[in-house]
Ligand binder design. Structure first.
Ligand code: PLP
Length: 426
């Protein structure tokens, strides 16, 4: 089935007992055991089923199946936020002394996680100068355990050459982890190009209405963890916390995601509430329609900004002079994403005046809402980074980042026009 259909039906057929068409909200903590033996079998991961909602919940389970089929994976784990998802994806495969290789164009908090939290746990992130595969390859050593990229960088709007980077990763026996938040599986499925693990902030386009936090880790099932027992002992060595269970032997292709759930989430508990899973499922039902409109509106808005005399530059990968235009054709089917950045005359001061003059476009630090939003990355999402890191991440002091919504494009343009023309920029 195609994405539009999977977004509506993936992971759920009308409930056997009630015939409920909508996915029921299973607002429960625990599940009754038939017997002591049944409980033990569930805890030994021998029987399928639910035992405690920190580990698995029937509503969240539908969301997990839906996100997994949309991304083309064998399984998913949904957690409380995108940030928790990408932390889990990395933490599931590293130990103190290991490192990851990554690109400079990352969402600010991801950069903070890699630069400030992981090093305290003995795991370092090696940042390449650019997103080119050859540069990433130069940083790989025998302690590297993954390459981490954003398919479309926030806010840089760069598009990583996933196929090339996956080949490099696999040549060196490490997985490629891709944050697919900005692109969504509607525009791009990184696993079709060789990615091993995909993470998503469901808070953004997938939920789509700015109401609900959530994140997903999706497993392609393709990375051969057991081929590298010295690098990834967590899959090949008997796990003492699970009575000697060997994840690769027990779960085969789903070893990564099952360990993420049964080891990492069970112990650290960044659980998505069933009600939030329900809200995210409502959002996902229309994600394909919304993304289509986001993309169409973004093309119109980018064109408007480019011709406006007070706008000095516009970064939109849909322009044929943009360095990533070729990769938009290859990976996004020509549909550039709806995250646009631009700078106006008057630098930071001019940008602040325009930003403060928006009336319809909402000033906030979210993206992927149905509503048009704008933020000033240098003072908010990327504030913790040094000026040099900001520059490499594609953030300049005057930059305004716009997440183009699904309103009528004439109304978005009217707001941009009044803000640009009403503000005295110089
Ligand atoms: N990844 C990207 C690309 C993001 O833009 C964000 C948030 O803006 C996150 C991850 C983190 O997601 P969340 O806010 O759901 O924790």
């Amino acid at each position: 089935m195609r994405s539009e259909t999977l977004a509506l039906h993936g992971g759920y057929r009308p409930d056997i007992g009630t015939k409920s068409i909508a996915v029921p909200v299973h607002q429960t903590v625990a599940y009754a055991f038939d017997s002591a033996e049944h409980g033990a079998a569930l805890f030994d991961l021998e029987a399928e089923g639910f035992r405690y909602s920190r580990i698995k919940n029937p509503t969240t389970d539908v969301l997990e199946q839906r996100v997994a089929v949309l991304e083309g994976g064998v399984g998913a784990l949904c957690v409380a936020s995108g940030q928790a998802a990408l932390h889990y994806a990395v933490a599931n495969i590293v130990e103190a002394g290991d490192n990851l290789v990554t690109v400079p164009q990352l969402y600010g908090t991801t950069h903070t996680l890699f630069s400030f939290l992981l090093p305290k746990l003995g795991v370092t992130a090696k940042f390449a100068e650019t997103d080119r595969a050859a540069e990433l390859e130069r940083l790989i050593d025998n302690k590297t355990r993954a390459i981490f990229i954003e398919s479309v960088g926030n806010p840089a709007g760069n598009i990583c050459d996933i196929e090339d980077i996956a080949q490099i990763a696999h040549k060196h026996g490490v997985p490629l982890i891709v944050d697919n938040t900005v692109a969504t599986p509607i525009l791009l499925r990184p696993m079709d190009w060789g990615a091993d693990i995909v993470v998503q902030s469901l808070t953004k386009f997938m939920g789509g209405h700015g109401t609900t936090m959530g994140g997903a880790v999706v497993d392609s099932g393709n990375f051969p963890w057991d081929k590298y027992p010295d690098k990834y002992p967590m899959f090949s060595v008997p796990d003492e916390s699970y009575h000697g269970l060997i994840f690769s032997a027990h779960f085969g292709r789903t070893a990564f995601i099952e360990r993420c759930r049964s080891f990492y989430q069970r112990i650290t508990g960044s659980v998505l509430s069933p009600f939030n899973a329900f809200l995210l499922l409502q959002g996902i039902e229309t994600v394909a329609l919304r993304v289509e409109r986001h993309v169409a509106n973004a093309a119109i808005i980018a064109k408007f900004l480019k011709q406006h005399p007070k706008v000095q530059w516009v970064n939109y990968a849909g322009f044929d002079d943009n360095p990533y235009y070729g990769l938009v054709q290859k990976y996004l089917g020509g549909r550039a994403c709806s995250l646009i950045t631009f700078g106006v005359e008057g630098g930071l001061d001019g940008g602040t005046k325009v930003y403060n003059a928006f009336e319809l476009i909402v000033r906030c630090v979210n993206l992927g809402d149905a509503k048009s939003l704008a933020c000033h990355p240098a003072s908010t999402t990327h504030r913790q980074m040094s000026a040099e890191s900001q520059k490499r991440a594609g953030v300049s002091p005057e930059m305004i980042r716009m997440s183009v919504g699904i309103e009528h494009s004439d109304d978005i343009i009217a707001d941009l026009k009044q803000a640009l023309e009403g503000a005295r920029l110089c």
